[in-house]
Structures are given as C-alpha cells and as structure tokens.
Design a binder for this molecule. Structure first.
Ligand code: 3H9
Length: 650
C-alpha cells in the first residue's frame, strides 16, 4: 500500500484509510493506493466488505488542485486516472461503504458515489464545488449524482457549487445513514449489515433520471444571472443534462469533454489562482512563525452607523461579546434597528434560526458611554471619515483602553500613523478597513502603520480568519491599496465621460467586462459625498462628481447622483446630468467599449504596480484578492494583476 493510503482488517471488513494531510486531496499516489487496496481485497479471504475513510479532519476534499496547473502546462498527462479507480470501486464484488466526516468535495464525493453505500456523521458536508474553480466535476460526478439524488439536486450542486449538510444528503439519497458516535465503528457495523446484499452499482440506478427539461432551462437562466460571464456553471448543466439523454458511458465521455474545455480555459486558471490566493494572503513571509497571537475575548466598536453596525455584527457572529457605542440615543437606536433588521432577514431566509439570532443579539451591548471599554481586547473605531474626528476619538480610546488592547481604525483613506500619533501606544494601532456592507463583504484590508507591532499584525490576521473574513495586509498610504487604485479607476472613468462617453456607456462596458457594477452606479451606491469630502480634505482638483454634490446629488441616498433613482434603487440616466456633463466636458468623440475597458482596467493595473513597487502591497496576489473580494472584480479574470499579466502574455 502507498504511504498515503493504508489498509487494515477489522471484523472481516477491510478498512482503506486515505491519509494525505491536510485535506486528503487525491494527490498522485492516492487514487493508485485506493485502487490497489480495492483490487487486493477481491481475493482476500479475510475480507467480506470494504470501508473507505479519511484520516484526520476530513474525508477526501477533492482532486489535488495543484495538479491542474501541471496538466494545463503539459507537465503531466491530462488523465488523473480517477474515473477508472471509481469504476473499480463500483465493480468490486464485495460491498464498499464510504465513511464521511468533514467534507466530501469534488473528486472526494465522486469517489464516494462510486461506492455502493455512504454513511456520514451529522456534521459532514458533501458537495461538487468545481465550478468555483472554473471547472466541472470530471470523474463522473455529473453522471452519478443525478442517479443518486435526482436531477434537480444534481444540477443545483454541480452548477452552483454549494455543499449540502449530511441531513440533506440523507434526504436526497446521497448518504444512506447518519452515524451517531464513532464513524469507523458505525461504518464497519453498516458494512457487516450489507455483506449479504448484492452490491448495487450507482451507475446502473436510472430511476431518478425522469423528465427534467424545465429544470435545465431554469438553472441555465439562474446561472446566467448569478454566475454572470462564467462558463463552468453552464457546462455543468450541460453535463448533468447528458446524464438524462445519454447512456452512462456516453454521458461520462461528454462530461470529460466539457471538463477539459473548462480546465484549459483562461477562466479556470484565473479561478484556481484566486483559490490559492485567498489562502496565500494569510501568509506573511517576514512575520516570525512564533509571533504571539492575542486571544480576542471581548470587543468594542465606536460608531453604530452602516460600517460600525456591520463590524459589531461580525464580532457577534463569531461569538465575541461586543460593546457598540454611539454619541446619541437616536443614532444608537437607528444602528440597533438596522442590525435587528439584518438578522431578522437572515432568519426569514433560513440562513439561521431565531435562537441563533437571539444569541447574537445577546452578545451586543449598545451604550453611549465608555463603560466596559477597559476590558476590551480590541476597540474598533468606525466614525465618520475625517482626520480631526478620528484623532479626537483615538485620544479618548487611549485614555480608557487597557494597555494591551488593539486599537483598530476603519479609515478607508487616512494616514494610520497620524491617527496613531494621538495615542501613547502607536504600536497597538492598526487599520482594519472593512468593505460595505461589513457584515457581508469578506475582505478586510489590514493596514500596518510604521510602528504597528508584529503581535498586533499577527493577531489581526488571525482575527480576520476567526471572523470568517479574508485579511490582506497592506502598507500605509492614502487609500492604502484598494481605494488608492479605485481613485485612479474612477478618475479614468470620469475622463472618459469628459471626452465623450456617457456614464451609462462606461458602466455598461465595465459590467459586461464582469465588474459587479459600473463605476458610476457604484459611486452612487457608496454615496458621492464621501469622495467629495475626501477630495476636499486632500485639496484635489474639482471633478464632475464634485459638481453633482454641489447640486445636492449624493447618489442613491438622495435619489439622484450620476443617475436618477425613481424607485430608490434603479439607475436611470438623467438629462440634468447630461446637461452638466455637456457644460463641463472637454471634447466629444466616439469611445468604444474596448477603449473604456482598456483605460479603466489599465489604470487599475498601473496603480497596482506602483503599490507593489513602493511595498504598499506585498504581492500581486494580494491586490487580486483585494479587488475580487472588495471591489467586485470578476473572479474568473483572476484580479487586475493576474488579468494584466494574462493580457500581456496573450
Ligand atoms: C476536483 O475535485 C475535480 C474532480 O471532479 C476530479 C476531476 C478529475 N487540493 O481551505 P483551507 C489546501 S476539484 C490541493 O485553509 P479549511 C489549501 O490550499 C477540487 N490543496 O482549510 C490549504 O493549503 P495551505 C474540488 C488543497 O479547513 C490547506 O489545504 N474540491 C485542496 O478552511 C488547507 O485548506 C474543492 O474545491 C485541494 N483540493 O477548508 C475543495 N483543498 O495550508 C477545496 C485544500 O498551504 N477546498 N487545499 O494554504 C476547500 O474548500 C477547503 O480547503 C476545505 C477545508 C473546505 C476542504
């Protein structure tokens, strides 16, 4: 047996254990090890059935994603051989039971679906998340899943990639039993129960493949909307559809073709880059591994506005008690009402139960004073963006905080060192720049000042993970990485308008490129007055956006900005804005979509390169992750720096 796959016998059952930490990926050696174990067991008189289980924290979390790059670069042959291994499991004359804990994902679930039975612990999850990597299941998942779980469930799992809980897997027929107590013991007991039964091959089970035409049409439409611009979800739907129109072997062939198309696409390369990037950003090469990390047991947030409320929710969601301070009862009540509404919405949508909401609300302590701040391990400031106010607040925090408390500012542009200078402990001050809505968006730019201590940095990075966020460490400069780049992107967008493009044309070109929103619609949503205030503070030259603000057009919140918002949300081009632009614009010429994308995205890339040169961003991948998770850059283009490199190379 290989190092990665072990075999033992218990009670007449052969136990195959995949032991490839950290997540038992199907790296070279694992499929071969499983195959050898299954084949040897066929002639092993001491074995009547087989159990396949994962060592450590999980079952098999999928193919080894690192191998895909080797395949597309030609370093390795395209075939991972997994499909053949799964067929061998399915063809075993002795029943095979997969025992699932942690996650059975991608190729992991595909292996499990080759077995005759699956048992799982209640906390396990199963899924086909390949679309998140720009590919589709490539080892029979699109063909066996509809046979086990029905077409609707298979389409949902393969096209949208979200895992499901063990209870749902049991209900839909993916799992045969939920095991209470020790998984291996339960799996062996199950295997002994089924020894006498003739193994039933999942690939022969056609009874759930009935009439499904409407399912595919609806799923394609949903994927067009929610996975805009991505090819893998549509390919996954095509592959599941093939399961309903073709015999199993032909369906497998079709799946393989679609898998290959996706794997060799630019989209999957970009999304795999993003997958590893999300993990890479957590690693700070120069930070000593033994840097102590403080435990954050209690938090306090100053400011119950949109950002402060969202930040407080993040703490409560992670089980950390949090004080939420405001200066007036009215502002505090408004903040708490918004939080309550957000949580109630989640309960209504079934994301969690009322009792979870009650427990989270119970962790929030709204108040007008600094009472209890002396116990907080972290104090997060989220007041209006303005240096004078921030300095005043940090002066106050400095007086009440315990000596080893982390003092975090949510500033999106201001100088961290200047804010820190008003305290007696600049080494404890750091930026935690959240993105709106802070309870939803996963990015936190963690901004180190020149005196921020290693411990405060390490604790902030660990805290981001605990809050289920992606923390990216950046240096201190105006706007840090994200907003500094955004500034040139917006300026370039406005230049295009000054030269002849309409705001709607710029927005549409960038939306079609894949941005979550065009720059003008995004500015209206964020509020034009924020940028106006910052530009005034920094004495920037006046812009068309400033002229809009002077007219009282602050964006969606005032019903008008670059667009007019009759219903409060839908942008409609406004003749008043056209007239203003006409007055202020420097020229009028035809500007193509290509020029719009080239100049705006080009501006992002150039400014990103500058932040790298200056050491403000550590690595290109940090910029990519900031833009994907904070600014709606299409993940299938890999982030601006990845896109820039790919465009130059092509
Ligand atoms: C597939 O299966 C295609 C098939 O159809 C077959 C076709 C032929 N490979 O996320 P974590 C690394 S496609 C290689 O921090 P967690 C990860 O980079 C695959 N490496 O842990 C990290 O490394 P490092 C379908 C992997 O507990 C370390 O493991 N499967 C893989 O927060 C820990 O990861 C997926 O898409 C992998 N498959 O979450 C599942 N997975 O420490 C992808 C992880 O050096 N994985 N690593 O930074 C996940 O969703 C999460 O990792 C998981 C654990 C939920 C499993």
């Amino acid at each position: 047996m290989s190092e990665l796959v072990k075999f033992s016998r218990q009670d007449g059952v052969g136990v195959i254990t995949v032991d490839n930490p950290p997540v038992n990926a199907l790296s070279p050696g694992v499929p071969e090890g499983i195959l050898a174990a299954v084949q040897n067991a066929q002639s092993d008189g001491a074995v009547d059935a087989l159990v396949l289980i994962g060592a450590g924290r999980t079952f098999i979390a999928g193919a080894d994603i690192k191998e895909f790059g080797k395949i597309t670069s030609g370093e390795r042959s395209a075939a991972l051989g997994l499909a053949e291994v799964i067929l061998a499991i399915e063809d075993s004359a002795k029943p095979v039971v997969c025992a699932i804990h942690g996650t059975a994902l991608g190729g992991g679930l595909e292996v499990a679906m080759g077995a005759h039975y699956r048992v799982a612990v209640a906390s396990a999850q199963v899924g086909q998340p390949e679309v998140k990597l720009g590919i589709i299941p490539g080892a029979g998942g699109t063909q066996r899943l509809p046979r086990l779980a029905g077409v609707a469930r298979a389409v949902e799992m393969c096209a949208f990639g979200e895992p499901i809980k063990a209870s749902a897997a049991l209900e839909s027929g993916i799992v045969d039993r939920i095991v209470e107590g020790d998984l291996l013991t339960g799996a062996i007991a199950f295997a002994r129960e089924v020894i006498q039964r003739k193994p039933h091959k999942p690939r022969d089970r056609n009874e759930k493949l009935g009439d499904a035409a409407n399912i595919f049409a609806a799923a394609r439409e949903q994927a067009r909307k929610t996975k805009r611009g991505m090819m893998a979800p549509q390919a996954a739907i095509d592959a599941v559809e093939a399961a309903t129109t073709l015999p199993f072997e032909a369906g497998i062939k079709r799946e393989a073709e679609l898998f290959r198309e996706c794997l060799f696409s630019d989209q999957s390369k970009a999304m795999i880059h993003a997958f590893f990037g999300e993990r890479e950003v957590a690693k700070i090469p120069w930070l000593p591994k033994d840097t102590p990390v403080k435990e954050i047991r209690k938090a306090a947030v100053i400011g119950a506005g949109t950002m402060g409320g969202g930040i407080a929710m993040n703490y409560a969601n992670a089980g950390i008690p949090v004080i939420l301070k405001e200066t007036t009862q009215e502002a505090l009540d408004r903040g708490i009402a918004t939080i309550t509404k957000n949580y109630a919405n989640s309960v209504k949508k079934g994301r969690f139960t009322q009792s979870v909401m009650d427990q989270r609300m119970g962790l929030l302590r709204p108040q007008l004073t600094y009472d209890g701040f002396e116990e907080a391990d972290i104090i997060a400031e989220a007041v209006f963006e303005g240096m004078a106010l921030k300095k005043e607040v940090f002066g106050e925090i400095d007086r009440v905080a315990k000596p080893d408390a982390i003092l975090a500012t949510n500033t999106s542009t201001l100088n961290i060192d200047e804010i820190a200078s008003t305290t007696s402990r600049p080494q404890m001050v750091i930026g935690h720049h959240y993105f709106s809505p802070a309870n939803v968006m996963r990015l936190i730019e963690i901004v180190r000042g020149k005196e921020t201590s290693a411990e405060v940095i390490a604790t902030s990075m660990a805290l981001a993970k605990k809050l289920n966020k992606i923390g990216v460490l950046v240096g201190n400069c105006r706007g840090f990485v994200g907003n500094r780049m955004l500034h040139v992107y917006l300026r370039e967008s406005e230049s295009l308008v000054e030269e002849g493009a309409s705001p709607a044309a710029v927005d549409r070109a960038l939306y079609d490129f894949g941005m979550a929103m065009g720059p003008f619609a995004m500015s209206d949503l964020a509020g034009l007055d924020v940028g106006w205030r910052i530009r005034k503070e920094h004495k920037y030259p006046p812009t068309i956006a400033d002229a809009l603000c002077e007219m009282g057009r602050y964006g969606q919140k005032t019903g008008a900005g670059w667009y007019r918002y009759q219903d409060g949300r839908t942008p409609t081009p406004d003749p008043e804005v056209d007239a203003l632009i006409e007055k202020l614009r420097k020229q009028r010429r035809i500007i193509t979509d290509e020029e719009i994308v080239e100049r705006t995205i080009g501006a992002l890339i150039q400014e990103g390169a500058k932040t790298l040169d200056e050491g403000i961003a550590m690595r290109a991948v940090d910029i990519d992750i900031i833009y994907i998770h904070g600014y709606g850059f299409p993940v299938y283009r890999g982030g601006p720096m990845w896109y820039g490199k790919a465009t130059i190379q092509s």
